[in-house]
Design a protein around this ligand. Sequence first.
Ligand code: HEM
Length: 407
Amino acid sequence: MDIGIVMNALRDPAGVPAHPVLFQLLMVVTWILHIAFVHLALGAAGLAIFAFHRRERGPHWARLSLALTKVAKVAVSLLIVLGVAPLLFTQVIYDPQWYVSNVLSGRWAIAFIFTLMIGYCAWFAFYYGNRPGAGRHIGIYAWLALALFCLDGLIMHALSYQALLPEQWLAWYAPGGAVDASGAKLHAIQWPRYLLMMSLGLPAVGAFLIAYAHYLGARSDRSAGYLDFAARLGERLARWGFAFCLVLMLIWQAVHPAASGLGAHPLGWLLVALLGTLAGSVQPLRRAHPYLPVAGGLILLTILALWREVIRIHHLAPLGYDIANYPVHIDWPTTFLFFSTLAGIGGLVGGFYLTLLYRAGRTSGLYSADTLVSRWGTSAVALLCLWIAVFLAYGIVIWVRNQFVGH
Ligand code: HEM
């Protein structure tokens, strides 16, 4: 059996509504946002727990634990929302691989949702309990939540990795010739890749703390001592975190299959170099501008996202799967609606919210918007109304045409 023919036959016969490379690009870009919040959530949750157990050592630790508990709470909700977009784009161009992988580990794919729900609820229990004077037992909720988040990361990793190994699907589906339709196994885990993806939470929370201290430094109601403590801790975490990830990255480089040629690909080594550079330059970057370590981290994630895609292509192309020949049935109205939504709602409305939140958060006491922000707010509301009207009108027109015209 030629697995390339099987994969191509499993494609959606409806094809894709625009050039596949467009979806590939959107998949890479949106995954960067997803994984950035995965790292922030994991790093903030881990450090919130660590700080919680150190609260007796001084008020800064207690305060840091409270602050990071809130950061992790928000970051988890954002990682979930931002995970949807790459999920949809993966399903558009890599539907055969993604669905097969999910079916082969069906129980885990479903358990992913429930473990995430339980983990997030446990984090909320910790959030409500983590008050001055809280008992140590509250920490159990946090440990449970973090363990479940790590399990969810493992499930995500296995689903992604199994999708790269079509040659092994049949053996997983029918080991020794007997069909196993239970979906009860995670069939393939590449530990260095998984551990690297998760450990990036360490430098992420470090870089975040450096930016956090600078951001809140503008407020008169924040103690300079606490902010200095947070920035110093952030610097140490970022430096050692990048160094630790460098070791994991080198191990990952060593385990690529020899025939894939990935071990010699320049992009993987660029990641190695970038991790090394970041590990060595957190302090000068922080001095140049406290937001620069975050910017460096985002550049790293961009290369990582591209590297994941290069790895996928190297695994699938020799088997005869190439997204470039995915059947295309151009649908201009949908494409136009999508990009105008992205620019209008994402850019103008999202930009308004971000600017508002950024400025309000740096103000002590009551924040009042200046003329620019308040006009921006008015146009954002107007645009939102227009968008809802166009969205509904478009749907209604199509429904009427399908129901009453052309039969
Ligand atoms: C605590 C929860 C989560 C964690 C820790 C997590 C972590 C990860 C990690 C580590 C990867 C990279 C795996 C690899 O390349 O080896 C990944 C990929 C991905 N995640 Fe998440 N994730 C979480 C939740 C979600 C959710 C809720 C969604 C969707 C709504 C999602 C969608 C995705 C997608 C689409 C990919 C890329 C799949 C691919 O390209 O093959 N994730 N996630």
